[in-house]
Design a binder for this molecule. Structure first.
Ligand SMILES: Cc1ncc(COP(=O)(O)O)c(C=O)c1O
Length: 455
């Protein structure tokens, strides 16, 4: 039989089976003190009361208390009963418990995610409710492999208006975020005879792995303040680029390089994949339009809701050139598109203007966060356009990336070195994401990072 009882509002679980009742009581109390659920100074019930509550003998309780006093977890004082010891962490002789591992950093300043606490729940619920109420029953069937028509139309309208994409709903393929889109594109390219794909020298390792998993050789092209060095694309069959905001260095692909990339693609009948992961967030000027509009037959445009709304949605979209469309849909038949119910909710969210409103609010909030972060790090050079949800911060002279990351950890902050995103001859730097912490934690997170880098 097991039982739960409470001391000072803390629920404690006790396994009363067999002859080890005393041992179980000791373990339960010890764990509660060790784990901090019973705080120093908390008064324990008199042994008689606890024994009655639990239906066990008073001697058993008294013996368990005595053992824990001997181990240093509890203190017994004449006249004031038994309490949790003032310094229970003092380990008793003979206790072989390993020291507790250091607490994980509390503030997440890694790049990659938006402030998920600001997800527009009420507007999403309204969209989901409207969409479900009005949807034909067919929505609940298997649906079209390229995605629900409602969503493809809404995405096409949005992309043409907001990102200047050359798009018709028939060329939109709904996917589970960019990651899924890239996987499908890799397989489609491979099936069409491609053997090599170029990726930017700095980027997500996962993206390189996805391309390689499709059976393609991955080559890298350098990146500098003008974006990807597209003259180095050489003999690859396709290239994955982040033209609006290089990830993670933050540069914007210059118009000259855009034209050269298009020439490269046209000359060899090649394909560019434009990863427009955070194109909505540009703070100093109007966002640069999509590269895709310059050559819709040679560029696959890829967008995602992961930064603008939430990565947990797993919703993204490809705009695929007609000549690659069948190959992409063939791969799609083998793997599932996202839930049609989420798709129709997103279609309503886009159509109703809720998406634009949310993006406008988020843009303002992230712009302010970026300004606050920069103001907190005076004297440190920050790289990249005023855009997106992250910056690259150059380290003070003499500070290595390892040292900076360790110092940040000691200040309770998770942050990643630039070298986590690529190997190159780069300056020592951190990639600092300012999207993730909830608003109430942002000031502290930034202050702690500043303290770590300037102390
Ligand atoms: C460069 C880049 N591309 C794309 C994505 C989005 O991937 P997904 O849509 O699979 O969440 C991210 C998100 O972290 C990113 O940093």
């Amino acid at each position: 039989m097991s039982q739960t009882w409470a001391i000072s509002g803390v629920d404690l679980h006790l396994d009363l089976r067999g002859s080890r009742v005393r041992g179980a009581l000791e373990t339960s109390l010890r764990d509660a003190v060790k784990g901090g659920r019973l705080q120093p100074g908390t008064r324990l019930p008199p042994s008689r009361t606890l024994a009655t509550d639990l239906g066990i003998s008073r001697n058993t309780v008294a013996a368990a208390y005595a053992q824990l006093v001997a181990e240093g977890w509890l203190e017994a004082r004449q006249g004031s009963g038994t309490r949790v010891a003032a310094h229970p962490a003092r380990r008793p002789v003979g206790d072989r418990t390993q020291p507790d591992p250091p607490a994980p950093p509390r503030f997440d300043l890694r790049a990659g995610a938006p402030d998920v606490a600001s997800f527009p729940r009420a507007e999403w619920i309204a969209s989901a409710r409207r969409a479900l109420r009005d949807a034909p029953a067919a929505v609940f069937g298997y649906g079209e492999v390229r995605g629900r028509r409602e969503l493809r139309e809404a995405v096409a309208e949005y992309l043409a208006r907001a990102r200047g994409v050359d798009v018709t709903p028939d060329r939109v393929v709904v996917c589970a975020g960019f990651t899924d889109g890239l996987r499908v594109l890799g397989l489609a390219l491979r099936a069409g005879g491609a053997s090599t794909v170029a990726v930017e020298g700095y980027g997500h390792r996962l993206h390189r792995e996805i391309v390689a998993a499709a059976g393609l050789d991955v080559v890298t092209v350098g990146v500098d303040d003008d974006g990807a060095a597209v003259d180095g694309l050489g003999g690859a069959d396709a290239a994955v680029l982040t033209p609006a905001h290089q990830f993670p260095l933050g540069s914007v692909l210059t118009s000259e390089r855009r034209l050269r990339a298009i020439e490269w693609a046209r000359a060899g009948g090649r394909m560019l994949i434009e990863d427009d992961y955070d194109g909505e967030f540009r703070y100093d000027r109007q966002p640069v339009g999509a590269l895709q509009a310059l050559a819709p037959d040679h560029v696959v445009y890829a967008g995602t809701a992961s930064k603008s709304l939430a990565p947990g949605m797993r919703l993204g979209w490809l705009v695929v050139p007609s000549r690659l469309l069948d190959a992409v849909l063939e791969q799609r038949v083998l793997g599932g598109a996202p839930s049609t119910i989420d798709q129709i909710a997103l279609a309503d969210f886009l159509r109703s203007g809720a998406y634009d409103r949310h993006v406008r609010r988020a843009r303002l909030a992230y712009r302010r966060r970026r300004d606050r972060l920069l103001a907190a790090l005076p004297g440190l050079r920050v790289r990249g356009a005023a855009a997106g949800l992250h910056v690259v911060v150059e380290l003070p002279p003499e500070m290595t990336e390892r040292e900076a990351v360790d110092r940040a950890h000691r200040h309770g902050v998770f942050v990643e070195p630039l070298s986590a995103y690529g190997a190159g001859d780069h300056f020592p730097a951190l990639v600092v994401g300012y999207g993730t912490p909830p608003e109430h934690a942002f000031t502290t997170a930034v202050a702690r990072l500043a303290a770590a880098l300037t102390a």
